[in-house]
Design a binder for this molecule. Sequence first.
Ligand SMILES: Nc1ncnc2c1ncn2[C@@H]1O[C@H](COP(=O)(O)OP(=O)(O)OP(=O)(O)O)[C@@H](O)[C@H]1O
Length: 720
Amino acid sequence: MLRERTQKQLKEVLAAGAVGTQQNRSERDSFAGMYAARLARLWAVERGLVFGRLDHTEEGRLYIGKLGLSDDEQDRLLIDWRAPVAQPFYRATPTAPMGVTRRRHLQTRGREVIGVDDDLLDLDGLSDDDRATLNGEAALLAALDEKRTGRMRDIVATIQSEQDRVIRADLNGVLVVQGGPGTGKTVVALHRAAYLLYTHRERLERRGVLILGPGLTFLRYIEQVLPSLGETDVMLSTVGELYPGVSATRRDRPEVAAIKGDVRMVEVIARAVRDRQRVPRQPIELPLGRQRLTIDRSMMENAKNKAARSRRSHNQARSVFVRSLLNALARQLAKKLGKGLIDDDELADLREELRTEPVVKSALNRLWPYLTPQRLLIGLYGSPERLDYAAGNLSREERALLLRTSTEWTEADVPLLDEAAELLGDIDEQVLRATAMQAEEELAAARAAEEREKESELAYAREVLELTGLSDIMDAERLAERQRGDQPYLTTAERAAADRTWAFGHVIVDEAQELSPMAWRAVMRRCPTRSMTIVGDIAQTGSSAGARSWGQALDPYVAGRWREETLTINYRTPVELMELAQRVLASIDPALQAPTSVRESGAVPWAAPLDRLPELVLRETEHGGRVAVLGPDVLLDKLADQIGGVTGRGVLEASVAVLGVAEAKGLEFDSVIVAEPAMILEQSPRGASDLYVALTRATQRLGVVHDMELPESLGGLAGS
Ligand SMILES: Nc1ncnc2c1ncn2[C@@H]1O[C@H](COP(=O)(O)OP(=O)(O)OP(=O)(O)O)[C@@H](O)[C@H]1O
């Protein structure tokens, strides 16, 4: 009914057509956007729309659902799970019943109720030991035992009390959610996003919510959770995609990523920009017809100082630099022409004349080029001289690791591009177009000159063209669209994604332990209000530039002002598997404690020789559900060949997937086989954390296959 009404409203709005004034059009677009979003909500929540009932002593009976519904008389039919009155559904216990006498979990399939599970909360003397930690055990255990589908699902029906506290925590300030594997950090963070959007709808819809995850596979794994809760306008991204126009999925070798993520790169980038403003030792001679002008060092220094005093970014300060130099050149020219003192008007005339002279333009571009962050970094990585100048605070070996010629961006480059963008500032679109055109002209002129062996000018013109290439910043289509001014309806998330300087209303960072100090800087820039939820597990840090403690990561920004909640119960991994993982955890640090598992699977982890892998994979698939083989990166292709498993893009859909540990981070499978654990240990300085991650990905069964000797922490495993 509701859905039909919304669909009709949407149709009417769209039928109004594309005619009309600019204002009409944009009103129409925003109504259409509103109805489309509402419709998406109603469609998405079909599954398990109603899942709970509270019998209150005072307020009577309340039904809890994924969204709130009222009938035409405004009587509440269904309470949104995020509303304050729904809170007892997650928090009430026999000792603190919050006025509720009975909590009922309804399990539904389509429109049919297929099971109920009651918690009686008001019975005096009821032993509450069993119920103290878990709410609605039967519904929870049924949910946990289900076969996995390759996509994360919402847990509104079975949120546990410690999770509810995180979900409903205050919007303001930085909240860290620390929890071991399987404690629900990801799923809780997503429900928190939905809760915050519901509770602070106006503020957050305008500024948007950003959720950062560790990789594109992971984002695909979680992307359906928020829509299933009726929330569609949230931006999901990786750090590698945070910079508009760049989509970095490649990873650097650990030793290179460690340098690029190091906070010393702040100084390196700043010096790389200053390198492009350096005054050459020799004066520059400018042949102008029969005259010959000279740009000497003092003119250049003077112009540079003026630009510096303007305190503008590099690209914005260029006009100050250029004006100062042109004024000095104009005076020089006046003198050569035999004119004495000239007035302001004459100076302006001469200056504008000089501005259009190719030799002058080309000298100015060399002295203070327009720069995009991409060109700055390519220039830096590609030149040992530039690296020596900019990266004097790194060792010679570290500089050598940064040197490269490839222009394919890696994840660790993105925070550096962002850093550079801050210092370089925008290039005006108009200037950009004019400079690109001018560069084209210069290139054409230089081509003609090439015959006259003016090699250097050609090289320079090429550089200018490259430096100002429009494609770096916007493609032709987008530019044309902007000029026509007919932007299609864009959601907040879409507008935010295209704008590097967008300030989000709330930012959620998942697997946050992996972020480098440079990545934290880029993330913090997107959230000046510091309203953030940071979820992760320090014990799982695999990245060489990742965090060793939350304090180390956050204190530079919010020292003493962040709060921490801990999740302690593992909902994913059965007890039998966790015993093994705990041994690996203790090998990292004996003081570390893995979270407590809520259930047993009865399946004991096993070990077998590597060459039995195909047969063992087959056996696992017979249980139904999804199987993953997790191994060291160098073995992945071989393993996939051996068993016909899927790697890369299709891993979430595959019944047998083959993945490296970094890619498997945050994911889960019914059955996991870890290949060559000793090699996983060796492949990076944080190998033990990687092994811990690999061993905690299964919801049911776990095995290990190996040729190399098993690490000590895995000793004593039963044969398969
Ligand atoms: N209250 C709950 N009800 C039902 N399922 C739950 C609940 N809490 C967590 N789960 C399930 O437990 C599994 C693990 O959750 P999640 O992936 O969010 O954990 P995590 O802490 O992010 O793990 P990791 O650090 O290993 O990535 C998921 O399948 C999730 O749906």
